[in-house]
Design a protein around this ligand. Sequence first.
Ligand code: C2E
Ligand code: MG
Ligand code: MG
Ligand code: MG
Length: 282
Amino acid sequence: RAKETGRNRFQFFTEDMNRKIDERLRLQSRLQRALQRGEFIVHYQPKVDLPSGRICGAEALLRWHPLGEEAVPPSKFIGLAEETGLIVPIGDWVMRAACAQSKEWEAHGLPAISIAVNCSPRQLLDPDFIERMHALLEETDIDPGRLEIEVTEGTIMQHPEEAIAILARMKELGLKLSVDDFGTGYSSLSYLKRFPIDRLKIDQSFVRDLPDDRDDAAIVEAVASLARSLGLRVTAEGVETAAQAEFLRQHCNDEAQGYYFSKPLPAADFAALLRAGAVAMH
Ligand code: C2E
Ligand code: MG
Ligand code: MG
Ligand code: MG
């Protein structure tokens, strides 16, 4: 009897695993066609300068709407795109789309802001990455100082020496660099001081329980002070409430981003917000 249960359980497992593998393969083949089918769009989430309440930047966030199907969130496909290497052409597309968008807003006389684009390990470590970034900057004629590349600590720490060298070359191109999801990775302080970066983005997990959670409050204050000492700017991610925004204004008073100000928006809606200049602080 025990044996039978065991066997059944085994069959149950393999069926479940087969189903997962099938789903993955299906997702992969849909992902492979998504670029040429034009199924991707970029949404833009405002970054707000806390002292003034003005929109000072946008983070470009990829959205996938497969034809005739429901939208697939990044959490469901970025990992697979990374594993298969598809993130390289997809990431190039996002980068180009964001630069073109920024140029268009500029041409329409909208306030000059910076645009942040996420960059995954495969993209950063791709042998031609720097060359393609250089070509993109020439082609789109965008001010590299207004293009910010977001990499996570994990991305850098996979191959720290290589990554630091690539980041240094990106700085030479005039780009701005930030460390995304800061505090969730494994970079030691001795590495942090060697990263040629401009900004730390405090991960939303430290912001979520502000201002009541004393540990998170202490961490956020410490990161803000560390950043100040290292000459880095700070962005707080995932700000959802007025109380969080107020805490951050008092203790770090730099830049913030989150649903409290605005969700990521289609380009046209973002432009309308940018034209208005500031987001409503309730
Ligand atoms: P991320 O770069 O850390 O982006 C922030 C994520 O937090 C976004 O999720 C954003 O929609 C979400 N967010 C913003 N404000 C709030 C808030 O107040 N509360 C909560 N709970 N969430 C908030 P999204 O768009 O689903 O993207 C998830 C991740 O996927 C990104 O995390 C980034 O790592 C990756 N990703 C997105 N677009 C791209 C891309 O074009 N290229 C690459 N390589 N990765 C991307
Ligand atoms: Mg990001
Ligand atoms: Mg983040
Ligand atoms: Mg993230």
